[in-house]
Design a protein around this ligand. Structure first.
Ligand code: ATP
Ligand code: MG
Length: 257
């Protein structure tokens, strides 16, 4: 289980981006973080992975506090956290298979990684994962020759190659058409169920969150304003999550005076 407790993040002196953020995400479930632009969704995901250092709180992954980990421990923990990005973050001249194999990098010695030395077992596994996401026939195709939806599926296979406990997805479908969106979201939900992964997704699309998430975390202006099962999200909850941010209010107040 992922348990975030009272996480704080301030950028610079006064930009309070996360205000005592607490929530949980369970294995086997899709948890969606929703909220207006600038609310702090990306900041939460990047803190969970410690790509940015927050200012205080606890991030417990199966009871280990990621914030307290030393460099070596953090490397180990990160290896079991997959990341999926809006822009896929693939290495374009490389094939789909090579990109998936890159998911093993964190587990290899620097030298083996540098020379791209992968075992037959690793190659077999990468191919099986590409098959799992429906891309068996594209394994040897260059990634820049794949559609957005296909590239995102390569990204998912690469994350799976890390044998993750948790996959963090920052707007994974923002650049995709409805058909690819459905394919990608179906895969993510299935992974949660079948592999008992923690799937934590930042989403702009409320309808997709409502269709696919088991658990919703609503954030507005750096503060969690709702957390609960998707069935509990109603119009009043959505209004609370999407109400004007503090910045917008300041602007309105300035215009009124
Ligand atoms: N490196 C940074 N330096 C200063 N402020 C930052 C930095 N990164 C983010 N912020 C601020 O922190 C707040 C939260 O940003 P964040 O990117 O987490 O929002 P978000 O909810 O992901 O928005 P979006 O939906 O547009 O992706 C915003 O006000 C943003 O301007
Ligand atoms: Mg964001």
């Amino acid at each position: 289980m992922l348990k975030v407790n009272q996480l704080d993040k301030t950028y610079g002196q006064d930009k309070h981006s996360l205000k005592s953020v607490s929530f949980t995400a369970q294995p086997g479930e899709v948890t969606a973080i929703i909220g207006p632009s600038g609310a702090g969704k990306t900041t939460i995901l990047r803190s969970v992975n410690q790509l940015i250092r927050d200012d205080g709180g606890q991030i417990l992954l199966d009871d280990q506090d990621i914030r307290q980990a030393n460099k070596a421990e953090l490397r180990k923990i990160r290896h079991h956290i997959g990341m999926i990005f809006q822009n896929y973050n693939l290495i374009s001249p490389l094939t789909a298979l090579e990109n998936v194999l890159h998911g093993r990098l964190g587990a290899k010695s620097t030298l083996a990684g540098m020379f791209g030395l992968y075992s037959t077992a690793e190659k077999t596994e990468a191919l099986a994962l590409l098959t799992e996401v429906g891309l068996k026939d594209y394994a040897y195709q260059r990634c820049d020759q794949l559609s957005g939806g296909q590239q995102q599926r390569v990204g998912i296979a690469r994350a799976l190659m890390q044998h993750p406990k948790m996959i963090l997805c920052d707007e994974p479908i923002a650049s995709l058409d409805p058909k690819s969106t459905k394919i990608v979201m179906d895969i993510l939900r299935q992974l949660a169920r079948e592999k008992q992964l923690i799937i934590l997704i930042n989403l702009h699309q409320i309808d997709i969150a409502m269709d696919y998430a088991d658990h919703i975390v609503g954030i507005n202006d750096g503060a969690i304003v709702f957390e609960g099962p998707t069935e509990q999200v109603n119009e009043a909850v959505l209004q609370k999550i999407y109400r004007q941010s503090a910045d917008a209010k300041v602007k309105v107040a300035a215009n009124e005076s």
